[in-house]
Design a binder for this molecule. Structure first.
Ligand SMILES: CC(C)(COP(=O)(O)OP(=O)(O)OC[C@H]1O[C@@H](n2cnc3c(N)ncnc32)[C@H](O)[C@@H]1O)[C@@H](O)C(=O)NCCC(=O)NCCS
Ligand SMILES: Nc1ncnc2c1ncn2[C@@H]1O[C@H](COP(=O)(O)OP(=O)(O)OP(=O)(O)O)[C@@H](O)[C@H]1O
Length: 198
């Protein structure tokens, strides 16, 4: 199995690129989706979160994501504690999903992970695509999409590794600063390059 990483920054267009890859026939595993699955009601992951972060599991037995998000995005130590619970579970589920794809006969898969480079996982990938836009474009799209003020958008940008640093780890840089029509052919070229492996 050939596995490639896809990453970017907040509002850089990773979801847009992931959708284009799927349209081309790529099988894409999404770490954000896996991270939701491992904290479904009744999972050992949710039990550990409930123990470590009292009050974030509601009376319905579901994780209050807004509450936990407000808590961990404001505090690096608490964020690390959450990561220590969730990331190993995500890793195990990823390997399980990968095996299932392999059993289906899939030879090339893409793993879409916002924190791919921050967690060092990029070194385990056969290649890494980084969705890049200039910082001003990133900030403007973030403000528009999430209805944020400039300083709120700035705080979120500052919680992440800058895209200019991420691109230094890229096998392929997808420049999403133009119209989607300008991004699509780049995504096609990256998918062709991925398929050329193996
Ligand atoms: C804190 C939680 C409950 C907030 O949930 P919410 O539904 O509001 O956000 P969602 O999960 O859709 O994430 C949105 C984006 O936030 C960023 N983000 C999420 N978790 C983290 C983190 N631990 N550190 C830095 N950025 C993060 C990513 O860019 C992600 O794409 C949730 O993000 C979570 O459980 N995070 C820990 C797991 C994790 O690290 N997930 C990221 C990929 S494995
Ligand atoms: N090429 C483009 N031109 C104009 N707008 C775009 C383009 N690509 C994406 N956008 C818009 O920018 C915003 C961010 O894009 P998208 O949601 O794909 O980013 P993302 O990297 O997946 O973000 P996050 O990780 O925060 O979920 C969206 O509102 C999207 O519609």
């Amino acid at each position: 199995m050939h596995v490639f990483g896809l990453t970017g920054g907040i509002a850089s267009g990773k979801s847009t690129v992931s959708r284009m890859l799927r349209e081309l026939g790529a099988r894409v595993l999404d770490a954000d989706v896996l991270a939701r699955e491992v904290v479904e009601p009744g999972t050992p992951g949710l039990k550990r979160i409930d123990e470590r972060f009292p009050g974030v599991v509601g009376p319905d037995g579901r994780l209050d994501r807004v509450k936990l998000g407000a808590h961990i995005f404001a505090n690096a130590e608490e964020r690390a504690a959450l990561n220590a619970i969730v990331h190993p579970e995500v890793r195990a589920l990823f390997l399980q999903k990968l095996q299932a794809l392999e059993a289906e006969g899939v030879t090339h898969a893409v793993y879409d992970v916002p924190l791919l480079i921050e967690t060092g996982l990029h070194t385990a990938m056969e290649g890494v695509a980084v969705v890049w836009v200039p910082r001003e474009v990133q900030k403007a799209r973030l403000m528009t999409r999430d209805g944020l003020l400039a300083d709120q958008a700035e705080a979120r940008l500052q919680a992440q590794m800058p895209l200019d640093d991420k691109r230094a780890h890229a096998t392929w840089v997808i420049d999403n600063s133009g119209a989607p029509e300008a991004t699509r052919p780049q995504v096609e070229a990256v998918w062709r390059a991925m398929l050329a492996h193996g």
